[in-house]
Design a binder for this molecule. Structure first.
Ligand code: KMH
Ligand code: ZN
Length: 405
């Protein structure tokens, strides 16, 4: 959540010789931006508790025009971490005439700060929405690449898949991201195998089942799309080709358009898999051609060798790109390997949703294998609670994702 103020420093604001404005004046503007953010998030003005860092980077004078940005970067139960930046975007030019002034071609950053504000729980008047909405946890319980040699708890048979889905649901998962395997572990997109797995899950729990159309690297597009014939509630839509470790994950534009059209025709809700920043542009092109439709749901897959790395900076860039899409889009993070849990935590604090599970990561702690995807879901659920967000049940997730209930 972001707020922006713009105002001109007048001679009333000048405090020191030479028309210099004091730093406290700029901090007052950060306070105003923080207040707007708290009013929008909580329906309360809240309190500024502490600054963690303040850097004054350039002097401010009477006659300068400042632009101030404030942003809530993460939510706790009552704390809201924020960052601020003030930039000079215009200035007086007394050297050219008594009322001469100019807007700057390049803004000058005059101050940066980070801090924490608090809205006590009993003062939070607004229903949790947007960044405070319940967290949708997705469990990617099998995937196509993980092997039993990497983690002996990987479920492979219909019974094992059904039981693992039940455990994940009990731990807080609302969505199961599903691949299928032959009993020997070979990945398959066979409709018959998916049907068996879906029935095993349905017999045990009410989770949303999201079938993969990614399959395994090297599979043809028709092969990958077989599960769509089973009319799952959700399906993945991989948006572009990329290196995938040592392999190439091929998603030509024509193929992506075909998969998107098949998903749309069957009224299945697409989860748009973005492994890189440019994949959001590819999604925008599909939107323009009506091959995907709002409400959109994005999965930011971070840390695949060949895609964007798993960093806070990368996540911020991808979230910022959502400004170019219709309002109301939801987003989640699936980071791979050791990044899975820390990035799930960050995504949840940023107001997103999260996917965890053995498909993308086999460890629950450094060197400690997860007993199953459910253990990773338990960790993600703890992150949600620490951030003061509820965990979406499948029913709530269906509402948030625009699935028919
Ligand atoms: N197995 C990966 C190559 C998806 O499920 O849609 C692709 C994948 C994506 O797992
Ligand atoms: Zn997958």
């Amino acid at each position: 959540m972001k707020a922006r103020l713009r105002l001109r420093m007048s001679s009333h604001d000048a405090h020191y010789g030479g028309g210099l404005v004091d730093g406290a004046r700029v901090l007052g503007l950060f306070g105003d931006a923080a207040t707007e953010l708290l009013v929008r998030a909580d329906g309360d003005e809240g309190l500024f508790r502490a600054y963690d860092s303040i850097e004054f980077l350039a002097p401010v004078f009477a006659g300068d025009t400042l632009e101030v940005d404030g942003e809530i970067v993460s939510f706790g139960a009552s704390s809201r971490k924020m960052r601020f930046e003030a930039r000079k975007v215009g200035r007086a030019r007394p050297d050219l005439g008594p009322s001469a002034a100019e807007m700057l071609a390049e803004p000058i950053v005059v101050c940066r700060a980070t801090g924490t504000c608090v809205t006590p729980k009993d003062k939070q008047r607004l229903p949790p929405a947007g960044p405070r909405a319940p967290v949708i946890l997705t469990a990617a319980i099998v995937g196509a690449e993980t092997t039993r040699a990497q983690n002996p708890s990987l479920p492979l048979t219909a019974d094992e898949i059904g039981e693992e889905a039940r455990r994940c649901r009990a731990a807080g998962a609302a969505v199961i991201h599903l691949h299928a395997r032959e009993p020997d572990g070979t990945p398959t997109q066979s409709g018959a195998r998916f049907k068996e797995f879906i029935e095993a899950i349905r017999a045990r729990t009410d989770v949303i089942i999201q079938t993969s159309t990614g399959g395994a690297v090297g599979m043809g597009i028709a092969e990958r799309c077989q599960p769509l014939e089973l009319a799952p509630e959700m399906a993945t839509l991989n948006i572009a080709s990329m290196n995938f470790g040592d392999d190439v994950f091929l998603n030509t534009r024509k193929d992506v358009e075909q998969v998107a059209a098949m998903i749309r025709e069957r009224r299945i809700v697409a989860e748009i898999e973005c492994y890189d920043l440019g994949h959001l542009d590819a999604a925008r092109a599909l939107l323009a051609r009506n091959l995907i439709a709002a409400p959109l749901h994005f999965q930011f897959v971070l840390g695949v060798p060949g895609g964007v790395g798993a960093s806070e900076r990368a996540l911020d860039a991808m979230v910022a790109e959502l400004a170019g899409f219709p309002a109301g889009a939801t987003w989640a993070v699936a980071a791979v390997g050791r990044h899975q849990l820390p990035m799930a935590d960050l995504a949840i604090r940023r107001g997103g949703h999260a996917r965890v599970g053995l498909e993308d990561n086999v460890y629950v702690d450094k060197g400690v294998l997860a007993k199953g995807s459910y253990e990773l879901v338990e960790r993600a659920a703890a992150f949600a609670r620490a951030a003061g967000r509820e965990i979406a049940t499948p029913a709530v997730a269906r509402r948030l994702l625009g699935l028919s209930t």
